[in-house]
Design a protein around this ligand. Structure first.
Ligand code: UD1
Length: 362
């Protein structure tokens, strides 16, 4: 039986790994081995996702934790190389664009183990983003590139990647959502917060470019408070953002606003229960741009660029500067937002296509 290492590291990875884990476990020719690098370790950033997504405890936990980019990337490489030397897999599967994605790809490449990248080919063109560096490094070294949308194939071809290495498989996040749809719809998070469907907006933010600079974060919080006078906001706060809000003396101000519910990071089911019933989302996340496109919910992305342009050209997403946030929210509230359509192969069958693609190569 072939063995495939599935690398899970940070919150957005857990959702992507789950449908893949279940699809591989259901075959009689391949066994999934779960590796948790420990990049995200808080219970509500990690354990809750494993439980929600019905994944077993990881086979190996690298416990790498937080640190600078070099510390995190180097720490994962050192720890993962030891595992690989003892338990050599047939393939390493990495997902997304976090530091652990690039780190495990480097380990696989140097030990001559084929690497497959799920969510390959996405490019923001902005090398100041740590995720863009991780995407470029990972895709250059990976042997098999599973793309979520056609723009991914085009980006890879422009970079000279041979077409035989690229398989357009669609968006795995939609598999995660469809796999959990029943529980998401049955969940009571919105009601427990005393809210009703369509009565609120969801806010999430954690990008260094938005939260690490005091002036920028001040401007964003000013705008969020203005928006809250028109629309109730629910803001699950990422640990990085909580730290920065505290450092810049902004947390109390935000918490004092009765129209902003500042809550802890949510599990996958709870968070999607909020999103599915929201009237709009304000975010700087990558994955949420996709989920809102799939759900046809207006998404205002506080970024200068996106590696997921299909959510703008086909979906409900728009990039915005903090200074126009309030004006753009007004458009949504006035019913003046574009209607989106669902990109090709965002259909809940991506994990199956990944398994077929892998089977051909084993
Ligand atoms: C990482 C990913 C980013 C992804 C995001 C989703 C990289 C370069 N970045 O960014 O692409 O969108 O995850 O969440 O890999 N922390 C905790 N508890 C945790 C995890 C982190 O308190 O469980 C704290 C850390 O101590 C650190 C901060 O949060 O202060 C940032 O965590 P880190 O994983 O380094 O990066 P993210 O900003 O989460």
């Amino acid at each position: 039986m072939a063995k495939v290492h599935l690398i899970a590291a940070a919150r957005p990875n857990f959702m992507k790994i789950a449908p893949l884990y279940h699809a591989i476990a259901a075959t009689d020719w391949c066994q999934p081995v779960l590796i948790h690098t420990g990049q995200h370790y808080d219970a509500n950033m990690s354990d809750a996702f494993f439980q929600d997504l019905k994944m077993p405890k990881p086979d190996f936990h690298l416990n790498v934790g937080s640190g600078s980019h070099a510390e995190q990337t180097g720490g994962v490489m050192i720890a993962y190389e030891k595992i690989v030397n003892q338990h050599r897999p047939d393939w390493v599967v990495v997902v997304g664009d976090v530091n652990s994605t690039a780190a495990c790809t480097l380990v696989g490449a140097k030990l001559w183990i084929p690497v497959a990248h799920l969510e390959a080919g996405l490019r923001s063109g902005d090398m100041r983003m740590p995720e863009e560096v991780n995407r470029v490094v990972t895709d250059r070294l990976a042997n098999l590139l599973w793309t979520p949308s056609i723009d991914g194939n085009e980006n890879l071809k422009l970079e000279g990647v041979d077409a035989s290495k690229i398989d357009l498989v669609g968006n795995i996040m939609i598999d995660s959502f469809e796999m959990m749809r029943h529980q998401i719809e049955a969940d009571a998070t919105v009601g427990n917060l005393g809210l009703g469907a369509g009565e609120f907006a969801v806010v999430t933010m954690h990008r260094p470019s938005n939260v690490d600079n005091s002036d920028i974060l001040n401007e964003i919080i000013d705008q969020i408070i203005n928006v809250s006078h028109k629309c109730q906001l629910v803001f699950p706060v990422h640990p990085r953002t909580r730290q920065k809000l505290t450092d810049f003396d902004l947390l109390e101000r935000l918490e004092a606003d009765e129209n902003v519910m500042v809550i802890e990071p949510q599990g996958y089911i709870q968070f999607m229960n909020l999103v599915t019933q929201s009237k709009l989302v304000i975010t700087d996340s990558g994955g949420i741009q996709e989920e809102t496109t799939y759900l046809n919910i207006p998404c205002l992305t506080l970024r200068e660029n996106t590696e997921r342009p299909i959510t703008i050209t086909q979906g409900t997403n728009q990039l915005i500067q903090p200074s126009v946030l309030e004006a753009e929210v007004n458009k949504v509230l006035a019913g003046e937002w574009k209607k989106g359509q669902c990109p090709e192969l965002w259909d809940g069958a991506t994990a199956q296509r990944v398994v077929e693609s892998l089977h051909k190569r084993l």
